[in-house]
Design a protein around this ligand. Structure first.
Ligand SMILES: [Zn+2]
Length: 311
């Protein structure tokens, strides 16, 4: 006979929850501080928690909205993957593509566009995490490479906002080749003496970190973003050690010299514009004067001004 006997009580069925009277998606709970935030307040605050400054993920379109002064011109919108390997894992790649297209309204995990950032004309590429984890396949690589070539042709700086799980496994080695292609294009941009700013957001991992995300003349990250090559769990299992607090987060990487700046999203546009001006970019569109009065005189005549001999 057992010394201790545990009285077994049958599990009770969960009581039927009262239906919520709050419409779906009107309120959001912050995963960091548990504050309940009104959705519209979150949107006006650029998807940053007003209480603890937790940075919620932004879609590629919203990201462009936060960076550009007004409307932008999108490039290569219709480029789409052809599923070159006819790949199937738990479900066919073709159906994953179809579902992602329906969910995001995009043809692949990136938007490339031209516009002005605080009056500086620039080419910006923003990655879309909702499209197969922001993974880099042939289309993402090609669109970035074309955006860089365009920037070289038009003498504009490049900003790439990274948000990606890495290379897209469904396109195998073809997606890995994009790392070399984009890096080659960035080398040409460098030779043309045009600046490149990499913005790293949560998450930036795998082949994206291993290529263009770390090659900026300035590498800026959002606070507490996960940035790394392999995930922390894989590293922990490989080295058999507990990883330090905050490992692979922006602040940790800044301390170790992997990043140049960690900037709050609400100050990101001003920080990028200041950096571009410092690197010699000029304001081509007249902007209302900044409140802080940080505008610096242009280094060379603005492109929109008529040449002296034109009259
Ligand atoms: Zn919060």
């Amino acid at each position: 006979m057992a010394w201790f006997k545990k009285a077994r009580t049958p599990m009770t069925a969960p009581s039927k929850e009262k239906p919520s009277r709050v419409p779906e998606g009107l309120w959001v709970k912050c995963p960091d501080c548990a504050q309940v935030i009104y959705n519209k307040d979150l949107a006006t605050n650029l998807n940053v928690c007003p209480k603890c400054a937790h940075h919620f993920r932004l879609s590629a379109t919203d990201r462009l909205r936060t960076l550009f002064d007004a409307d932008w011109v999108e490039h290569d919108r219709d480029l789409a993957s052809t599923d070159p390997l006819n790949f199937t894992d738990t479900k066919p790649y073709k159906s994953r593509l179809k579902a992602s297209k329906a969910a995001t309204g995009l043809e692949d995990a990136i938007i490339t566009a031209s516009g002005t950032i605080d009056g500086i004309s620039a080419v910006v590429a923003a990655m879309e995490y909702e499209f197969i984890g922001g993974s880099m396949g042939v289309v993402v690589g090609e669109k970035i490479a074309r955006a860089i070539e365009r920037a070289i042709g038009e003498r504009r700086p490049v900003v790439i906002v990274c948000c990606s799980g890495g290379a897209r496994m469904m396109e195998g080695a073809l997606s890995l080749m994009q790392m070399a292609k984009v890096c080659g294009a960035l080398a040409r941009l460098d030779r043309a003496r045009l600046p490149y700013v990499a913005v790293l957001t949560d998450p930036t991992t795998g082949g994206v970190t291993a290529s263009f995300a770390m090659l900026g003349d300035l590498n800026i990250a959002e606070p507490k973003a996960l940035i790394g090559f392999a995930g922390p769990r894989v590293i922990e299992q490989t080295i058999g050690q507990k990883l330090p607090e905050g490992f692979q987060r922006s602040e940790f990487l800044l301390e170790k010299g992997m990043l140049d700046l960690v900037v709050d999203r609400r100050e990101m546009k001003a920080a990028i514009a200041n950096a571009l001006r410092f690197m010699g970019c000029v304001t081509t569109v007249s902007q209302p004067p900044a409140v802080s009065g940080t505008a610096t005189p242009p280094l060379r005549a603005a492109e929109t001004e008529p040449a002296p001999h034109a009259s």
